[in-house]
Design a protein around this ligand. Structure first.
Ligand SMILES: [Zn+2]
Length: 93
């Protein structure tokens, strides 16, 4: 007995689906893989350097800026800045 579906060419499974975007007024391809965008995020993620404490951040900058270490460093810098201003005032007096 012959299977009629056996010789049928296998349809290539698409990795993305065509989606109409109302905002863009055009079609775009959306990945079917729900992890695609997470993977993309991790692939493009680069360690950043914190502008306040100079630490290299691999996590989110937003949460780092709220960390005790960074806040303390920020306060230290503010104190240092005020100290320098006081020094300058003493010189000009
Ligand atoms: Zn920091």
């Amino acid at each position: 007995m012959e299977n009629p579906t056996e010789n049928k060419p296998v349809e290539k499974e698409r990795k993305s689906i065509k989606v109409w975007s109302e905002n863009l007024q055009r079609f775009y391809y959306k990945s079917k893989d729900p992890n695609y965008y997470n993977d993309y995020f991790h692939k493009t993620k680069r360690p950043m350097t914190c502008g306040i404490c100079g630490k290299t951040i691999t996590c989110q900058m937003y949460s780092h800026l709220k960390s005790k270490k960074c806040i303390m460093k920020k306060q230290e810098m503010e104190i240092e800045h005020l100290r320098k201003q006081l020094e300058q005032l003493n010189i000009t007096e």
